[in-house]
Ligand binder design. Structure first.
Ligand SMILES: [Zn+2]
Length: 114
């Protein structure tokens, strides 16, 4: 993302878009979007967690410092902790694939702890 923090448009500028919850469409709802980059804000009960939450998990999985650095670097590249455009369940899938890429921790162990 080209800028540090998203800024929502005003209430009047909101756009009506389909709202999904638990994989099912729940009709149209007004969504905010970022006035700088145009990303539409997710409306969801499935809120993304901050990076610190995942750092704690990495520490618990017994991953080395070097591996953690590589994992965090890659997560930051995909705007992993951007609650504006990521949901918790999307984060989980990204987290699992990146941890698998840089460590030998088995998928079911990562899945169970994240
Ligand atoms: Zn933005």
């Amino acid at each position: 993302m080209a800028h540090y923090k998203h800024e929502s448009c005003g209430t009047a500028e909101k756009v009506w878009l389909l709202y999904e919850f638990e994989g099912r469409s729940r009709g149209l709802k007004p969504h905010s979007y970022c006035i700088h980059c145009g990303v539409v804000r997710k409306i969801s009960a499935d809120r993304a967690k901050p990076m610190g939450y995942y750092m704690n998990i990495l520490a618990r999985l017994g991953i080395t410092k070097v591996q953690i650095r590589l994992i965090v670097k890659e997560l930051e590249r995909v705007d992993f902790d951007d609650a504006y455009s990521m949901t918790r369940s999307e984060q989980k899938e990204v987290f699992i694939s990146v941890v698998k890429k840089y460590s030998k921790v088995r998928e079911n162990r990562i899945r169970a702890s994240s």
